[in-house]
Design a protein around this ligand. Sequence first.
Ligand code: PDD
Length: 285
Amino acid sequence: MKILWNNKIVDESEVKIDTEDRGYQFGDGIYEVIRIYDGLLYMEEEHLERFWRCAEKIRLTLPFTKEEFSQRLHQFAEEVGIKNGRLYFQVTHGTSKPRFHAFPEPQKVMPVLTADIQETSRPLEKLSKGIKGGFVPDKRWLHCDIKSISLLGNILALNEAQENGYDDAILVRDGFVTEASSSNLWMVKDGVIYTHPDGELILPGITKIKVRELAKDLGIELVEEPFTKERLADADECFKTSSVAEVMPIISIDGKNIGDGTPGTITKQLQAAYIEAIEKSVKKM
Ligand code: PDD
């Protein structure tokens, strides 16, 4: 597999990461996941904007401009040649020796960037049948808006849900539903879509930006306000969104059907509109 490692495109066997890299030791870094459809880095600009915003939040100065990085990613994607996949990249604060907790002074360390592209197909069966969710307490930190590589909170939640026989965790903080373990979460009640507002309790999803636009185009009311797990259990439809999961129906929670236990009408409308939007962007390329 080829890896983009700082400025170079190399074979994975050539990558050397210091054992004192702050990403490795502290989880001190951020990441992005972009879907590639037919060679198109879907919603690249929005992903890069979030990456830069997150870098700022962890006081990390990226050693290139957005334009330079975009060019580098395109060159990398071209060289790898995978037309349908997912691009993962992360940057850490680099190596500071000896190990110390405080952020290093920017001039003393070089951030370390790695990226890879893996072939990915759309999760078609799950998209058509839906998946099962289970409520799990949201015990993550209070900077969930930072796309941090420290994902233990999310992983523990997913693991707990899967141990209980569910596909994904639906996170609940103080009685209110925040998001799923690696996706944003939505419900539909009486024709209105609800989702948690952006802020420090959730990751502001790029797919969420698109779904906002699509709901508007379809004339469906969207309310961004916190809702309780009881309201969700009583919803007509539920779905989650992410660059990888797209618009994924959730048909039951804790073993109880949502609506009639099949993907809902508005969920299916949004799924279709999402694919149409991708196809339009690919044609424009
Ligand atoms: N996860 N919320 C969380 C906690 C996430 O990890 C993600 C993305 C999202 C949706 O973000 P977006 O629409 O920008 O993909 C929401 C990625 C896909 C991952 O960790 O693999």
